[in-house]
Design a protein around this ligand. Sequence first.
Ligand SMILES: NC(=O)c1ccc[n+]([C@@H]2O[C@H](COP(=O)([O-])OP(=O)(O)OC[C@H]3O[C@@H](n4cnc5c(N)ncnc54)[C@H](OP(=O)(O)O)[C@@H]3O)[C@@H](O)[C@H]2O)c1
Length: 337
Amino acid sequence: MTAIETGTVTPGHRLAESVVLVTGATAGIGRETALALGRLGAHVIVHGRDQQRGPAVVSALESTPGGGSFMPADFATQKGVTGFADRVQAEYDGLDALVNNAGGWFTDGRLTDDGLEYTFAVNHLAPFRLTHELLPLLATRQGRVVTVASDVHRQGTIDFEKTRTISDYNSWQAYCRSKLANILFTRELARRLEISDTTVTANSLHPGIVPGSGFFRNAPLPVRLLTRVAQLLPDTMVSEVVDTPAEAAATPVYLVATQAGNTHTGQYFVDQSPTEPSAEATETRLARRLWTRSAELAGIAPDYGLDPVPADTTDSHVTVHRSNGQTASSDAGKYQE
Ligand SMILES: NC(=O)c1ccc[n+]([C@@H]2O[C@H](COP(=O)([O-])OP(=O)(O)OC[C@H]3O[C@@H](n4cnc5c(N)ncnc54)[C@H](OP(=O)(O)O)[C@@H]3O)[C@@H](O)[C@H]2O)c1
């Protein structure tokens, strides 16, 4: 049962007059999130690339109390992201929520036109940059940044060397790493927003396991076969393990539509509850390093247009692997660049 069905998010959570941007809303979890928000009265900016499915989602939104508009963009390049943000800024004077949902598991290793590993670019650097560009719009409305991560972040580890190369590309590792980056980004963003005394909040989430979305379309054959089988089994057999796209929309909708999205910040949600992510996802120093590196790759100032963070850190002791092969304790972090 979804939160919407059980009444956790009810039509009482009216979003009339709200404007919500859902990235990757042409399919799967993003599409269902957009439709659920439309049913609560929000105007939804539907983002994606597909020129048929995007307008179809907007048509479906027209029969909800809310509505929608389609804005296509490819997030594989920074130019694609900034061009899209410019269009949003030109058409809207405020944003109540940004749902960073676009992303996927990309089995073929490739570099983007910016020379970045594709999964890292689309799943992490695009939301990092888009959020930066849209913060002024979010700040006008006590906005919420809701980023769709995944529980498989627990299998990921940050490796800065992998941001610009596809040698030894492992698509699963790249995916898990990018989802870990989503959580680190959210926590560091929340920390910086709090220091800057803004009212914008930032939370991340795991939506569930959703064989019925387009996510598994590029997966290796055995995984595709398994997901196909899961889809064919009766609901009673699999409903404890897998979710439909509509069920998976419950947590992002919850964070956009209820008070929880305002009272919590920097949290990782599973099934609409704050949940402890992996130990690596809570390392403040790693989050900072990822932040600085991401700003560098995105070509933006590391302060992100926010107040600078204090230089000291209370993060736990870490180990550095130096390029000369020695191991030492240092505040440079244990992650090689
Ligand atoms: N499915 C799962 O089991 C699962 C579990 C945990 C987390 N997630 C996360 O949930 C999110 C949504 O996944 P989903 O399962 O709904 O997948 P999906 O059905 O494949 O939808 C992915 C969406 O992202 C968009 N997208 C992909 N690459 C893009 C790019 N280069 N530029 C712009 N848009 C792009 C797609 O747009 P177009 O099709 O229009 O190009 C589509 O709207 C992802 O972040 C994924 O990591 C999924």
